[in-house]
Design a protein around this ligand. Structure first.
Ligand code: PLZ
Length: 462
């Protein structure tokens, strides 16, 4: 894996100077509560001073191991030298002109790279925006415009954003949709193919889930659907890798009914899973592929890349946005593309999987609380449940995550039931640091198993 170079700005080791959060963070957090809307949650009330490689250094001098990457964003590191250099150079030239007013070349260059590197051997065009939700919304606009059809098919456990349309496409009510309705109506949800918790019973999970999708389409009229939108690995929903063959089946169904297949690679794409795009693991290509998050290593940039005839079906002036494809963000993306050139980031993602498997997979058999270790590349998760009944144990995910935090390892949870701990380390994390963080997590799981043992099927108090 990546050796520490002279360009790494922080020591790549875990260090606890105070309790976590420390006194300075607590002070700043109190001020935050007085100023910031309570609508924003937070995983860990720690204030960041610097971040680089696999380390987040807080204002109390603690160095935390970063298993979050700002939710799969800073894959190339939060202070990547190439990104810093390109963005700094752009900052000297201009910060913004608005691409809809006057043009700049970096926008086109980002689009060219995405046209060449997203799955699918066909003529493509790309449109750039700022956030993931915006990319999803624009994919919907494009698919409707190109097909003249109103409906969208989305899936159980899906996450597509927090804007009005994308929260309607998102499955989980609390916190994403609660009290925010009425929601747009042209969103229809179908069963996904969750191997641990299948919505429809059957020996061949992909086949039964696909039959259910067909039934859902038939009910509303398949010819009324503009698009089906799916994450190749469901992220916020629980790092669910669909049963093999499910995505390929959706590809067939989309072709059969002339429905645009939109692959939301916002979390799983840009190398996270060990391939540039996660749909490559299943050998499929969306008609439209969405990129964001790690695309620009922390600067806000998102992209809709798709078949030229779809992308160009929209009337001129129909797409855009003041900040769409901001020049600083485009330069950051070009730096990220350079980082991908030698193949080391993808190799790192695969090494991260191997190391994590080595440390964590045995917990499934060693304990009665880990139902699954799953994921691909550096997008990995442990699902906590009573292994006999599969009763979800969000209480354990919370306790174990909190134990990791207090020991200097930043973990995130996810999942419909909140019972999944997910790992999203930067792809540039050093192996020793990675192993240290994983051992902390493993220790916390074993501790929880030893101390919180409740009769199988009986949930502990939250
Ligand atoms: N599609 C697959 O994962 C963002 C959400 C964090 P934005 N996921 C992190 C939170 O709680 O708000 C995401 C995603 C997938 C779309 C999005 C939306 O991307 O950049 O947050 O709008």
């Amino acid at each position: 894996m990546t050796e520490m170079t002279e360009t790494t700005t922080l020591p790549q080791s875990r260090h606890l100077a105070t309790t976590v959060p420390g006194p300075r963070s607590q002070q700043l957090h109190a001020e935050r509560l007085a100023q910031v809307s309570d609508g924003f949650g937070m995983v860990l009330p720690v204030f960041v001073d610097r971040a680089d490689g696999g380390i987040i250094q807080d204002v109390d001098g603690n160095r935390l191991i970063d298993f979050a990457s700002g939710i799969a964003v800073t894959s190339a590191g939060a202070a990547n030298p190439r990104v810093r250099q390109r963005v700094a150079a752009q900052l000297e030239r201009f910060t913004h002109t608005c691409f809809m007013v006057t043009e700049y070349e970096s926008f086109t260059q980002v689009c060219r790279w995405l046209n060449e590197h997203t799955p699918g051997d066909f003529d493509k065009r790309t449109a750039l925006f700022s956030t993931g939700a915006e990319a999803v919304e624009n994919a919907v606009k494009i698919a409707r415009s190109a097909t003249g059809r109103p409906n969208m098919l989305v899936f159980d456990e899906a996450y597509h954003g927090r804007s009005l349309l994308t929260m309607a496409m998102t499955a989980k009510e609390n916190p994403y949709r609660l009290n925010f309705g009425p929601l747009p109506e042209e969103i229809v949800r179908a069963a996904s193919a969750n191997p641990l918790r299948p919505a429809v019973a059957g020996d061949d999970l992909a086949a039964t889930a696909l039959a259910s999708v067909e039934a859902t389409l038939a009910e509303r009229g398949a010819e009324t659907f503009a698009a089906m939108v799916i994450e190749p690995i469901q992220g916020e929903g629980g790092f669910i890798v669909p049963a093999p063959g499910f995505l390929a089946g959706l590809r067939r169904i989309a072709d059969q009914y002339g429905i645009v297949l939109v692959i939301d690679e916002i979390q799983a794409g840009m190398g996270r899973t060990g391939m540039l795009y996660a749909s490559e693991h299943e050998g499929i290509a969306g008609d439209i592929t969405l990129s964001a998050k790690a695309l620009a290593d922390g600067l806000p940039l998102s992209a809709v890349t798709g078949r030229a005839e779809l992308m160009n079906a929209v009337h001129t002036g129909g797409l855009g946005g003041t900040y769409a494809g901001n020049p600083l963000a485009c330069e950051a993306a070009l730096a990220v593309f350079e980082e991908f050139e030698d193949g080391s980031l993808l190799a790192n993602a695969r090494t991260i999987e191997a190391v994590a498997r080595d440390t964590l997979e045995a917990l499934v058999t060693e304990t009665a609380i880990v139902a699954q270790f799953r994921g691909r590349g550096a997008m990995l998760a442990l699902e906590f449940a009573d292994t006999g009944t599969l009763e979800p144990r969000p209480d354990l995910a919370r306790t174990i995550s909190a134990a990791c935090h207090s020991r200097g390892v930043l973990t995130l949870t996810c999942g419909t039931h909140g019972n999944v701990i997910r790992l999203l380390p930067p792809l540039v994390i050093e192996e020793e640091l990675l192993r240290d963080g994983l051992e902390v997590l493993r220790g916390a799981v074993l501790e929880a198993q030893a101390t919180a043992r409740t009769p199988v099927g009986v949930a502990a108090a939250p």
